[in-house]
Ligand binder design. Structure first.
Ligand code: ATP
Ligand code: MN
Length: 423
């Protein structure tokens, strides 16, 4: 309970279908206790035997279906109780999706694949979490497909991945991220490399289909696909590509009538496109908040939540590894070899000679054992961040969640940098 100002406490009595919303001030922590009744945080039920401690920057809603009282201790920013929530609508969506899982089970066909789309800050990630939590509470093993490279839902920003959810998210720490399947992208926005982004989405769909072929429970439980808020122009094309790759059955559009109409027009008739409101509780995040979130995600990857781990620091000889960047600088069309399309350069591997400019960059360690495997479409074992490069001695230093030795030798370099200020 370190860092919680216990002299500030407030009790709240919530009537049924109400929600308490609060934010934690920067450099503060807030403790939440359930005193009476039942309540949930984004679909995870709270228990009375535990105090929930939220870190600075957290934006939380405590919702109750039947009424409850809770206590908040510590410096809370903007806390209020609201009756105005779309939770009943979301619960009905869950019920409809669950019906599809039941039929899938009966006929042994693929369960529902739900694509969640909408502009920035409409609660997409939260709705995904809610639907996954409600599914797992019924014993389903639904897979979260996260292609929001800006926030990194199943790993760090700059990656995409899949995670089969086998227990509800922790109200504080979110889903258990021990065994996600992760792919390197390298940028914080899809337009960093559209061709690669679409390649990875197709790859994730193939891998998920393969998993469905050998695991019936995973097959019937379906998936929930979380996307980023880029819905215009090429971003819209990416949404169509995702729906096609995964053969989405349901597309849940949050808040945007325009996007809803466009998708209804452009997707085949068997796709169930539905428009739903966003929660008035969703908090808009300015650019800086997004950047801070990203940085926190990366910090958490190395140090664990609340810095409960300590990463390993070691040197790697240039000769021990090979580092590649995905995407060659694009050439003017006139310089391209005959028959080569310009966009092919976007998924070309280019070997990088280690140099000082690599400092602070994140490297993904590919699971590939040889270059015969397609590095771009091979999942990664994890990430390291380069803390120093010493060209004279031909070594570079890294921070890594795992100790030496490296299980593989091929690295992919990200555009994304992380400056470790914990040292
Ligand atoms: P992005 O476009 O960045 O991906 P998003 O559409 O996924 O955003 P969320 O991340 O789900 O939006 O929500 C934005 C913020 O609002 C999050 O910090 C989340 O915890 C908070 N939030 C969501 N729903 C509520 C609510 N009902 N009450 C209070 N806070 C909420
Ligand atoms: Mn999101």
């Amino acid at each position: 309970e370190k860092g919680i100002d216990l002299s500030i406490t407030q009790d709240y009595k919530l009537a049924k279908d109400n929600e308490l919303r609060f934010e934690v001030e920067s450099n503060a922590r807030v403790k939440l206790d359930l005193l009476e009744g039942s309540a949930e945080v984004f679909g995870t039920e709270l228990v009375r035997s535990r105090s929930y401690i939220f870190e600075s920057g957290a934006k939380i809603a405590v919702f109750t279906w039947f009424g409850c009282s809770v206590k908040l201790s510590g410096k809370v920013e903007a806390s209020y109780v609201s009756k105005d929530t779309p939770m009943v609508i979301y619960l009905n969506t869950h019920a409809a999706v669950e019906q599809l899982r039941k039929s899938a089970e009966q006929d042994d066909i693929r369960g529902p694949r739900v694509l969640v789309v909408g502009a920035q800050d409409v609660g997409k990630t939260t709705v995904c979490r809610l639907l996954l939590n409600y599914a797992v509470r019924l014993g389903r093993k639904t897979t979260l497909i996260d292609i929001d490279v800006g926030q990194g839902g199943v790993s760090i920003p700059g990656s995409v991945g899949a995670l089969t959810v086998e227990r509800p998210a922790d109200p504080v720490d979110g889903f258990d991220l021990k065994v996600p399947l992760v792919y390197h992208f390298g940028h914080t926005a899809p337009n960093g490399n559209i061709k690669l982004y679409e390649t990875l989405i197709s790859r994730l769909a193939d891998v998920f289909n393969a998993k469905c072929d050998y695991n019936k429970q995973v097959k019937h439980s379906g998936c929930i696909i979380n996307t980023c808020g880029w819905v215009k122009g090429q971003g819209y094309q990416c949404i169509l590509h995702t729906a096609q790759s995964f053969e989405a059955d349901v597309v849940l559009v949050l808040d945007s009538e325009r996007l809803y109409n466009d998708l209804k027009r452009d997707l085949p008739d068997f796709v169930n496109v539905i428009l739903q409101p966003k929660s008035p509780g969703v908090v808009e995040r300015p650019r800086e908040a997004r950047r801070d979130n990203r940085e926190n995600k990366i910090k958490e990857y190395f140090y664990g939540p609340r810095k409960i781990y300590f990463p390993h620091a070691f040197n790697i000889k240039f000769s021990e590894v090979e580092i590649y960047k995905i995407g060659a600088p694009s050439l003017p069309d006139s310089c391209l070899p005959l028959g080569m399309e310009p966009e092919n350069t976007q998924t070309k591997l280019v070997q990088v000679t280690p140099g000082r400019d690599m400092t602070h960059h994140i490297l993904s360690l590919s699971m590939a054992e040889s270059l015969d495997e397609n590095l771009i479409e091979t999942n990664v074992a994890g990430f390291v961040v380069v803390t120093n490069v010493d060209p004279d001695n031909q070594v570079f230093s890294v921070l890594s969640p795992a100790p030496r030795p490296l299980p593989r030798k091929y690295f992919l370099i990200m555009d994304i940098r992380f400056i470790d200020i914990n040292k």
